[in-house]
Design a protein around this ligand. Structure first.
Ligand code: ATP
Length: 239
């Protein structure tokens, strides 16, 4: 694994049934970085997120978090070790209120200071303060995404994993979302992001990896990826 990395993925192979979707995927995330995984539909981005969070057992390879191999651990142990997934489609608990959703985000911790940590998060996500006693299912899509991210942060993760956070949101809300992500990174939260909005993602992340049919085909700084004409045609032009 990469020295200085907080998360190293080494030669990861994973899939569903016999056919592997991911083939020898290697990348790393360093402390305080925001890193994007980019690629077309079906390239395997969500599959990486599932493998990282223990929802899909890798066939081969290593997932190393803080120098500890976690690929064989059960999902709740991976969460406890510090990988928190904010899944695609938000998946907040719709029948309970916003505060209880945040409390559940800390399920893997024994040290949570709930009142103070929730208060700190509500400063970051003021829309949630106004809705704190609302059932989460009644929030708008954008508010639910903010709640899903805030719930992920309640785990106090070493790396926050965000799978398609902008999916289905209105353009103004997407801009607000990326502003929040940039602020979190500036405060030192380490983030691994999967998003279809490649051009926009490259305006906020530090580095990116481009995935094609389950393989990493480009790895570079966000600025270099954003100005690469080949990538522009393949991925960025669609945005
Ligand atoms: P998208 O943005 O469309 O979600 P993605 O890059 O996240 O794309 P994945 O969801 O990781 O792609 O899917 C990668 C491949 O794995 C696709 O060919 C997909 O059809 C296949 N796949 C995904 N989930 C399953 C599953 N549960 N069972 C079988 N095949 C699957």
């Amino acid at each position: 694994p990469e020295a200085n990395a907080i998360l190293s993925v080494v030669k990861l192979t994973a899939g569903y049934g016999a056919a592997p979707v991911l083939d020898d995927v290697t990348f790393d995330v360093r402390p305080g970085e925001m890193v994007a995984l980019l690629g077309a539909n079906g390239a395997g981005k969500s599959t990486i997120m599932r493998a990282l969070s223990g929802l899909l057992r890798p066939v081969d390879g290593n997932i190393v978090l803080d120098d500890k191999a976690v690929q064989a651990l059960e999902a709740y142990r991976i969460a406890r070790a510090g990988l928190a997934l904010v899944p695609e489609g938000r998946q907040v608990f719709g029948e309970i209120d916003v505060r209880d959703n945040l409390v559940l985000g800390a399920f893997s911790r024994k040290d949570a200071d709930l009142d103070n940590e929730i208060e700190a998060l509500l400063k970051r996500f003021p829309r949630l303060r106004d809705r704190i006693t609302s059932r989460a299912g009644l929030l708008s899509g954008g508010e639910q995404q903010m709640l899903a991210i805030a719930r992920g942060l309640m785990a106090n993760p070493r790396v926050l994993l965000l799978d398609e956070p902008s999916l289905g949101l209105a353009p103004a809300m997407i801009n607000e979302l990326f502003d929040v992500l940039a602020e979190l990174r500036d405060e030192g939260v380490t983030i691994l992001l999967v998003d279809q909005m490649a051009a926009l993602a490259l305006t906020v992340v530090d580095r990116g990896y481009v995935l094609e049919s389950g393989k990493i085909v480009h790895a570079d700084t966000a600025a270099a990826l954003a100005s690469d004409p080949a990538l522009e045609a393949a991925y960025l032009g669609r945005v």
